[in-house]
Design a protein around this ligand. Structure first.
Ligand SMILES: N[C@@H](CCC(=O)N[C@@H](CS)C(=O)NCC(=O)O)C(=O)O
Length: 243
């Protein structure tokens, strides 16, 4: 089956967590909004699907995935769907539930990262909430990022199957997402991350192992991996990083 991924063009955003799973799986997919309009792509195509009045289960926001006749929204829910289909999560129910729990925690972290530069409203420009963003980001790098990273470091340390993966003895989709968190935080908060990485060696090692996986390495080197930017979730505003 050829999946259709719907996510805003030109940015990684939350779509990247789905792209990484599709790429690791070697799945056949089209990234609709990044296709040229003459091939039925672009943000206009995404907006047409979002506004499609015939969908009984309409997605609220991108990313969403078309899989045959199914439309599946919410990043963690898309990964819940893709994981078992592509061997990206163990078969046992307990492990699947654990992977989903970890993915939902990553979704919470992603929202907090977004809120460092948009603490008041996503509909306002960054320049209109800079003062609040500085306060929010200061708390994020001092308290929230260490709390989340400390949690995932402990999860790795306590994995009965070993500290190379978050769930069980093999790669699963939360590992791919944690890779993206590290890559994004390095981009957005290079100074804070230089400090934090020293205390989270298992997470850094996991990041490096994911980056070296053949399909992920090929993807990262390809034009399909879009660059980080200041139109995205992970933004580099030096004034928001720690001194
Ligand atoms: N909880 C959702 C959040 C989805 C979301 O916020 N999507 C953003 C782009 S990353 C969007 O376009 N939101 C539009 C809106 O909230 O109105 C998920 O994890 O997929």
């Amino acid at each position: 089956m050829r999946y259709e991924l719907y996510y805003w063009s030109t940015i990684q955003g939350r779509g990247e967590f789905v792209r990484l799973a599709l790429e690791e799986a070697g799945a056949d997919y089209v990234d609709v909004a990044n296709l040229p309009a003459r091939r039925g792509g672009g943000d206009a195509a995404l907006l047409r699907r979002l506004g499609d009045k015939t969908l009984a289960h309409p997605p609220f926001a991108p990313p969403f995935l078309k899989a045959g006749r199914l439309f599946i929204g919410q990043t963690a829910n898309i990964l819940l769907f893709l994981g078992p289909r592509h061997g990206l999560v163990p078969a046992a129910e307990a492990a699947r539930s654990w992977a989903h729990q970890l993915q939902l925690t990553i979704a919470d972290l992603v929202q907090e990262i977004h809120d460092t530069h948009h603490p008041i409203a996503g509909s306002l420009y960054y320049k209109d909430q800079k003062k609040e963003a500085r306060r929010r980001a200061a708390d994020f790098v001092a308290n929230r990022a260490p709390k989340y990273l400390g949690y995932f470091e402990r999860v790795l340390a306590r994995n009965p199957a070993g500290d190379r993966h978050l769930v069980g003895a093999r790669l699963s989709y939360p590992d791919l997402s944690l890779f993206e968190i590290v890559a994004g935080l390095r981009y957005a908060f290079p100074r804070a991350m230089a400090r934090l990485e020293r205390r989270h060696k298992r997470i850094v090692a996991l990041h490096d192992r994911v980056a070296a996986r053949p399909r992920i390495a090929a993807y990262l080197a390809s034009g399909r991996r879009l660059p980080f930017s200041e139109a995205d979730i992970f933004r580099r505003y030096p004034e928001l990083d720690e001194a």
